[in-house]
Design a protein around this ligand. Structure first.
Ligand code: FMN
Length: 267
């Protein structure tokens, strides 16, 4: 069987599949869509050829139309709904002690796994730390590392240590859970893909009633300290690309804080 097969009874020869293929593998010629055999191996299995076909006439050997959910007509949110979602999201640093069920994280990742990845690699791995004690242990490992970094550090280590003395957790904010995006360093786009996945998680968490905060200190520490990297317990050869505290917010925000105007040059 070839890479694609066409149901000629259904195909309208609209050519959308050929135009949508990012690798230019599909040609229309004079008849029905067909792949250009010599460059078939450039297929990144993005499924655009299957997803764009209005009559479900195109089968990809690795993706059938029946496996691809039909989009409902009203799937696009209005600009004002998106504006509220993006402007209403806040970094949450005060969590209820309530743990997050693993199923909730699984439901969230079921959405997040559709975030774009470089070359459709889909190579972002996650570690879900759902035990508050384990999150605290990582905070302490970061604080130990901070004690050794000296004055070069761009943030006030003194302030962080002071907050710790006062019983606060300035690193992981006593979050009940933590999501770590990780992967191997062999793909130069892994970092971007993982960051996009985290940003998607950040927004996707909102309708679940969850709040998040980027774990920047932990990410910096994991990149600089063997002890912190080891404490993460990632698979051999994997590195942390970013992390996110996650939990049920202790309180809600009533207003949207102001932000700088977009910095843009029109050229
Ligand atoms: C890459 C990155 C790392 C961050 N790291 C931390 C962190 O370690 N701890 C923290 O409390 N907030 C962290 N933040 C949250 C920022 O401080 C926050 O996004 C910013 O103050 C704006 O607030 P908002 O997210 O509510 O709009 C981080 C944000 C980003 C984008």
């Amino acid at each position: 069987m070839g890479l694609i097969t066409i149901d000629e009874g259904k195909c309208t020869r609209c050519g959308f599949c050929a135009r949508a293929c990012p690798a230019g593998i599909i040609s229309m010629g004079d008849g029905f869509p067909e792949t250009i055999e010599k460059i078939e191996k450039g297929c990144i299995t993005c499924g655009h050829c299957v997803a764009v076909c209005p009559t479900a006439a195109l089968n990809h050997s690795r993706m059938m139309p029946q496996e691809c959910a039909q989009l409902s007509p009203g799937w696009r949110l209005t600009p004002s709904q998106v504006e509220q979602l993006i402007k209403g999201r806040r970094s949450v640093r005060n969590f209820r002690t309530e743990p997050i069920e693993a199923q909730v994280i699984a439901d969230l990742l079921e959405i997040v796994r559709y975030a774009p990845t470089g070359m459709n690699s889909q190579n972002v791995s996650w570690k879900a730390v759902l035990d508050e004690q384990e999150v605290q242990a990582l905070s302490l490992a970061v604080i130990q590392w901070l004690g050794s970094v000296g004055d070069d550090f761009p943030y006030s280590v003194k302030g962080i240590l002071k907050a710790l003395e006062m019983g606060r957790d300035p690193i992981l904010r006593k979050a009940p859970a933590l999501m770590i995006a990780h992967g191997t360093a062999d793909d130069p786009l892994s970092f971007a893909s993982a960051t996009i996945a985290l940003a998607t998680l950040d927004l996707a968490a909102l309708p679940f009633g969850l709040g998040t905060c980027w774990a920047g200190f932990l990410t910096m520490a994991a990149a600089s300290s063997c002890e912190v990297a080891t404490a993460l317990g990632l698979p051999p050869g994997h590195r942390m690309y970013g992390g996110m505290m996650i939990g049920y917010p202790a309180f809600e925000y009533a207003r949207i804080p102001t932000r700088n105007p977009a910095r843009v040059t029109w050229g």
